[in-house]
Design a protein around this ligand. Structure first.
Ligand code: NAD
Ligand code: UDP
Ligand code: UDP
Length: 338
């Protein structure tokens, strides 16, 4: 992958020439909330590799210590078990705010998107850190415009079963822009489209992880509804590259970060069959309420202003995830044998 333009002493990046303490050190001090999760842990790998001092704040609600355990013992890495719904005092240069129960199975339970984001913005304001919010394509709801551009305001049901997530993220975006305008905070907003890859939660109900786990376990692939609804699937390393470019760049956003390759759920099932088991059966189930009918990012803005576009198509990325899932589902021995 292409190394983003990283400035190790980025004094020029801070508003009004205010240089936070700590810039004399070698790398940046970076906080990753939700850093023990799927996306966060891959981001942490890249930041540590580049020489930053990384602090992960995670309550391990859906994240796992295993995702970051390989950094334990590294003096440039620290993990704090903490719920961002509670205030916290830290001193860092940049904050990647990912903490959020991100799958439909989990996100109903938690005010993280609003209260957690407010706390992390308050923290960023106090220490004058640059703040990046990981928002979501869900802010477009069941979109009436296709593909989705950042200027589209969306079509969201405010009282539906998904609204805790959709509206939570929309509120998080609002808060982020309010702190930007009101407190002159440096902010970045990414709208992330469906992302998959190694370390994804196995049983959190998202479609790629469901299909892969089902095919490996010789269970039928559960297609919801008629399977004609579409999503566009991005490999995790592409996303991480986009997030780092966004943080280092000069543009607030919001930026769509996603792979424009669009698939129906039946097409996705076919790719999974081709990759894992051509004999895997398909079983239709009733769809969930308010399920968006189609979703595909327009990424012109990220291409132009961040010089970013995804590199890994589904048929290349999926096998990398399957290797990881095989290990986690069957253990190392069996995966070595297969
Ligand atoms: P994930 O569930 O693997 O990671 C989220 C992490 O946040 C977990 O480690 C979890 O333990 C932690 N967390 C949750 N609530 C917390 C709290 N209150 N305090 C501290 N930590 C908390 O999910 P992910 O897929 O890695 O998602 C990361 C971010 O990207 C989320 O903000 C999500 O909304 C966003 N996003 C992801 C996708 C995707 O397809 N993966 C799509 C759009 C947006
Ligand atoms: N906050 C935090 N850490 C900090 C600074 C603030 O967790 O270092 C929290 C704080 O507890 C508050 C939120 O961030 O709940 C918003 O803080 P801000 O100062 O913007 O608002 P105020 O406290 O003035 O309402
Ligand atoms: N889906 C499916 N089978 C599953 C899980 C999900 O067909 O086992 C469908 C779901 O109805 C939706 C799409 O896959 O249309 C993507 O669902 P997911 O929860 O992964 O992501 P999101 O809806 O948040 O984009």
């Amino acid at each position: 992958s292409v190394e983003p333009a990283v400035h190790r002493h980025p004094a020029h990046q801070f508003v009004g020439g205010k240089v936070p303490l700590g810039l004399k050190r070698k790398g940046l001090r970076v906080l990753v909330t939700g850093g023990a999760g799927f996306v966060g842990s891959h981001l942490v790998d890249r930041l540590v590799e580049r020489g930053d001092s990384v602090i992960v704040v995670d309550n391990l609600f859906t994240g796992r210590k295993e995702n970051v355990v390989h950094h334990f013992g590294n003096p440039n890495f620290e993990m704090i078990r903490h719920d961002v719904v509670e205030p916290i005092l830290l001193e860092v240069d940049q904050i990647y705010h990912l903490a959020c129960p991100a799958s439909p199975v989990h996100y109903k339970y938690n005010p993280t998107n609003v209260v957690g984001t407010l706390n992390m913005l308050g923290l960023a304001k106090r220490i004058n850190a640059r703040f990046l919010l990981t928002s979501t394509s869900e802010v477009y709801g069941d979109p009436l415009q296709h593909p989705q551009v950042e200027t589209y305001w969306g079509n969201v049901n405010p009282i539906g079963v998904r609204s805790c997530y959709d509206e939570g993220k929309r509120t998080a975006e609002t808060l982020t822009m309010d702190y930007h305008r009101g407190a002159n905070l440096e902010v970045r907003i990414a709208r992330i489209f469906n992302t998959y890859g190694p370390r994804m939660c196995i049983d959190d109900g998202r479609v790629v992880s469901n299909f892969v786990a089902q095919a490996l376990r010789k269970e039928p692939l559960t297609v919801y509804g008629d399977g004609k609804q579409t999503r566009s699937f991005q490999y995790v390393s592409d996303l991480v590259e986009g997030l780092m470019r966004l943080m280092q760049g000069e543009h607030v956003g919001p930026f769509n970060l996603g792979n424009p390759g669009e698939f129906t759920m039946l097409e996705l099932a076919k790719v999974v069959q081709d990759t894992i088991d051509p004999n895997a059966k398909i079983e239709f189930r009733p769809n969930t309420q308010d399920d968006p009918h189609k979703r595909k990012p327009d990424i012109s803005r990220a291409k132009e202003l961040l010089g970013w576009e995804p590199k890994i198509p589904l048929h290349k990325g999926l096998p990398l995830m399957v290797t990881d899932f095989r290990k986690r589902i069957f253990g190392d021995q069996e995966s070595a044998a297969t």
